[in-house]
Design a binder for this molecule. Structure first.
Ligand SMILES: Nc1nc2ccc(CNc3ccc(C(=O)NCCCC(=O)O)cc3)cc2c(=O)[nH]1
Ligand SMILES: N[C@@H]1O[C@H](COP(=O)(O)O)[C@@H](O)[C@H]1O
Length: 235
């Protein structure tokens, strides 16, 4: 399946989808500084990502063919370029309405033959018209255990609520923000003294497992969305 990824920022989720060899290089570079057990877990995680997305024999067939950012000069665009993935910047400030911006994004996705759209740190709320065009083929990763802590600043909400466990959620995108059917979740322990930054870093490691897993479920047709917005498992 041809996949398009919408980003607004660093794009670590994008990176882990495609896990280009830059990751392997990073791993080699990092080897000298990591404790042995951390090294093993990094290799395991990296290996599972490479297997999940790059290895064609796994029949996953999800290939990222286009990355669109609504902001220029963000790290995510460099990651895509390093991985040889075509990129586009479509600035929302260049359009008179939210709908016109969304339709410009839609046109580029269609032109690239995209079949599944992933939101990876994309920070613009999409119109119902766009969602209608991509419903069932549009997924997002949220840095909390939905339905808890919807919207922006999920980590801040979790820390302020004093919960001891948080996590991340991959879900189908519906017009109602962060309310679509849940594809995959994984929990993350909140440690004493955690800040938004330390928590975000720990949750992102898990996002990089959960999002490729959710993408594979949709790309292989194991899961689909029914007309009532409910998940249907086809196995
Ligand atoms: N319709 C629909 N669209 C989305 C767009 C992005 C994300 C990613 N997570 C996001 C969740 C919330 C926001 C948000 O409230 N941002 C502040 C307003 C920014 C703006 O002016 O647009 C952005 C992204 C999820 C959704 C979704 O669940 N449904
Ligand atoms: N949607 C949320 O926005 C952040 C983007 O991170 P990155 O993928 O740009 O590094 C991630 O925490 C993701 O859950």
């Amino acid at each position: 399946k041809r996949v398009g990824v919408l980003i607004s920022g660093s794009g670590t989720n994008l990176q882990k989808f495609n896990s280009a060899d830059t990751d392997t290089l990073t791993l080699n570079h990092v080897v000298c500084s990591l404790q042995y057990n951390q090294l093993i877990s990094k290799i395991v995680m990296l290996q599972s990502l490479i297997d999940a997305t790059v290895d064609p024999s796994r029949g996953t067939g999800a290939e990222i063919v286009l990355v669109i950012s609504n902001k220029a000069g963000v790290q995510g665009l460099k990651r895509a370029e390093n991985a040889g993935i075509p990129t586009k910047v479509i600035s929302h400030t260049a359009f008179k309405s939210r709908l016109e911006f969304d339709m410009a994004v839609h046109a580029e996705l269609v032109a690239a033959g995209v079949e599944i759209v992933c939101l990876a740190g994309f920070m613009r709320v999409l119109t119902g018209d766009f969602v209608k065009l991509w419903r069932g083929r549009l997924i997002n990763i949220h840095p909390a255990l939905l339905p808890l802590f919807k919207g922006t600043h999920a980590h801040r909400q979790a820390l302020e609520a004093g919960v001891r466990i948080t996590g991340c959620t991959a879900h189908f995108v519906e017009e109602d923000v962060d309310a679509g059917a849940i594809l995959a979740q994984e929990s993350v322990q909140i440690e004493l003294g955690d800040t938004e930054e330390s928590l975000q870093e720990r949750v992102k490691l898990v996002e990089h497992k959960v999002f490729p897993k959710a993408l594979m479920l949709v790309a292989t047709g194991k899961v689909r969305l029914d007309e009532n917005g409910k998940l249907v498992w086809t196995e």
